[in-house]
Design a protein around this ligand. Structure first.
Ligand code: FAD
Length: 415
C-alpha cells in the first residue's frame, strides 16, 4: 500500500518502543485504528526500574506504566495483552495470533524487543537459574534478596552489576562471576570499569573475573555453582545476566531481512515497505558512524525510534540518527555513555574528582565520537549531555580543552 495513507496500524510488542510509537501516532494526528499487541499480562511498563528500585523498595514493586489502561482508552489505542503473535502474512497484510485469530494491517511495526540469553551449561535450566527482563521476574527475584541469603550472579554486565548493588542494599551476600578478565568488557572503557569494580568490592561484593562456570547442581537445600578454578560456590539463588538476544523469530519466518536483529534502513523500514521495526529488536545503519549497522539495547533509543517509526509509518521520511545514549545506576553512582566508544582510537580523560571521570573518545581525524563517564549523577550528567551535542555536530574539539576541567564544554559547543 506504499504511498497511500494507512487506516489501520498494528504494533507487535507492547514495550518501550511499541508504546511510544502507538502514542506518537496519535500525537501526530493519526485518526485510524491503532492496535498494540503484547504477550505480557500488563499494560506497557518501564524496564529500567526492574534492576533498581523495584528490587530495593520496601514494598512489592508495581509496574511503572508507560501507558496506563486509562490512557490507552483515552487515545483509542486497542491493547491486546497476554497475546502472542505467531505469524505475519505479508501478501494478505494480516497477522495471526496464538489461538488462530487474524488481524489485518495496512502498516505494521515490529517492536518485539529482546529476551534474556539463557545459560547453556550442565545442570542449568529456567527453574534454577533466573533471568531479569520482566516485571514478573523482578518480583520473583526480589523475594530472594534478604539478609543472610547468598546470591550468585553470572555475568558482569549492566544487569548483573545493578542486581549486585540492589542485593547488597537488601543485605544479601553476592558473588559475581565473569568469564572476561574485567567487568563491562563489551561496552565500557577499562578505566571506568575499574572504578565500578572498586566500588562493588568496597560494598562487599565478591568479584571473580576471568572465571568460568563448569556446572550447576541444585537440590532441596539450594544450589552449588562449580567454577573453572575448582571452587564450589554454595548459594540460595542464581541469576544469569549474560546478555540479550533480539526477538527476530516472527520477522525471520515472514522472510524479512535479518542482520544482528531485524534489518531496517535509516527510516526504520524493513525490506517490506509496509513493515517497520524499532527498539532492541532491530539493527539500523547509523549515519553518524559512516552508515555502520548497529543494534542498541537502550531505553532512550527505544523511545526515540518509537517516535521516528510513527512518523515514517505515516509516510514520513525521517532518517534516524540520534546519538546513542545509555545510563546505568549502581549504588549512588551513575555510568553514562553517549555515542559509540569503540569508534574512537584515542581517549582524552577529564578528571572530575571524587572518583568521577569523563572519557572522550576521538576518531583518527580528531572527531569526537563518544563520551563515557562515571560518578555521582550531579557531577557527570550535564557534561555528558554537552558531549552528546558535540558528537551530533561531528565536532573536532581541542584535546587540551577537553582534558581541562576548568574549560566549560558549553564554550566548545559555541566554537
Ligand atoms: C532489567 C532491565 C534494566 C534496564 N535498565 C536500563 C538502563 O538503566 N538504561 C538504559 O538505557 N536501558 C536499560 N534497559 C534497556 C531498556 O529497558 C530496553 O532497551 C527497552 O526496554 C527496549 O524496548 P523495546 O520496546 O525495544 O523492547 P521490550 O521493552 O523488550 O518490549 C518488547 C515486548 O514485545 C513482546 N513480544 C516479543 N515478541 C512478541 C510476539 N511475537 N507477540 C507479542 N509480543 C511480543 C515482549 O514480550 C516485550 O513485552 C534495561 C532493560 C532491562 C531488562
Amino acid at each position: 500500500m506504499r504511498g497511500s495513507r494507512p487506516e489501520s496500524i498494528v504494533v507487535i510488542g507492547a514495550g518501550e518502543a511499541g508504546a511510544r510509537a502507538a502514542m506518537a501516532l496519535r500525537e501526530q494526528g493519526f485518526a485510524g485504528r491503532v492496535t498494540i499487541i503484547g504477550d505480557e499480562p500488563h499494560a506497557p511498563y518501564e524496564r529500567p526500574p526492574l534492576s533498581k528500585a523495584a528490587l530495593t523498595d520496601e514494598v512489592e514493586p508495581q509496574a511503572a506504566f508507560i501507558l496506563t489502561p486509562e490512557r490507552l482508552a483515552e487515545h483509542a489505542i486497542t491493547h491486546r495483552s497476554d497475546t502472542r503473535v505467531l505469524a505475519i502474512d505479508r501478501d494478505a497484510h494480516r497477522i495471526e495470533l496464538a489461538g488462530g485469530e487474524r488481524i489485518a494491517y495496512d502498516r505494521l511495526l515490529l517492536a518485539t524487543g529482546a529476551s534474556a540469553r539463557r545459560l547453556s551449561i550442565d545442570g542449568a535450566g529456567p527453574d534454577n537459574v533466573q533471568t531479569l527482563r520482566t516485571l514478573d521476574e523482578a518480583r520473583a527475584l526480589r523475594t530472594r534478596l534478604r539478609p543472610g541469603s547468598h546470591l550468585a550472579i553470572l555475568g558482569g554486565g549492566f544487569i548483573g552489576l545493578e542486581l549486585a548493588a540492589a542485593a547488597r542494599a537488601r543485605g544479601a551476600e553476592v558473588t559475581l562471576i565473569e568469564l572476561a578478565p574485567r567487568l563491562l568488557a563489551r561496552a565500557v572503557p577499562a578505566d571506568l570499569a575499574a572504578i565500578i569494580a572498586r566500588r562493588h568490592e568496597a560494598e562487599g561484593v565478591r568479584l571473580l573475573t576471568g572465571t568460568g562456570i563448569a556446572s550447576i547442581e541444585t537440590d532441596s537445600t539450594g544450589h552449588v555453582v562449580s567454577l573453572s578454578t575448582g571452587e564450589r560456590v554454595v548459594c540460595d539463588a542464581i541469576l544469569a545476566g549474560i546478555g540479550a538476544i533480539p526477538e527476530t523469530g516472527l520477522a525471520e519466518r515472514a522472510g524479512l531481512a535479518i542482520d544482528n536483529g531485524i534489518a531496517v534502513d535509516e527510516r526504520l523500514a524493513t525490506n517490506d515497505p509496509d513493515i517497520f521495526a524499532a527498539g532492541d529488536c532491530c539493527s539500523f545503519p547509523h549515519a553518524l558512524y559512516g552508515g555502520r549497522r548497529v543494534r542498541l539495547e537502550a531505553w532512550r533509543n527505544a523511545q526515540d525510534q518509537g517516535n521516528a517509526a510513527a512518523t515514517n509509518l505515516l509516510g514520513g521520511s525521517d532518517a534516524y540518527e540520534a546519538v546513542p545514549w545509555f545510563w546505568s545506576d549502581q549504588y549512588d553512582i551513575t555510568l553514562q555513555i553517549a555515542g559509540l566508544a569503540d569508534e574512537g582510537s584515542e581517549t582524552v580523560t577529564r578528571e572530575l574528582g571524587d572518583d568521577a571521570r569523563l572519557d572522550f573518545h576521538l576518531a583518527n581525524d580528531g572527531r569526537l565520537v563518544a563520551a563515557s563517564a562515571v560518578g555521582p549523577n550531579g557531577k557527570i550528567a550535564r557534561d555528558v549531555r554537552l558531549a552528546e551535542m558535540l558528537i551530533a555536530r561531528r565536532a573536532t574539539p581541542d584535546r587540551a580543552a577537553l582534558a581541562a576541567p576548568a574549560v566549560k564544554l558549553k564554550g566548545l559547543l559555541a566554537g
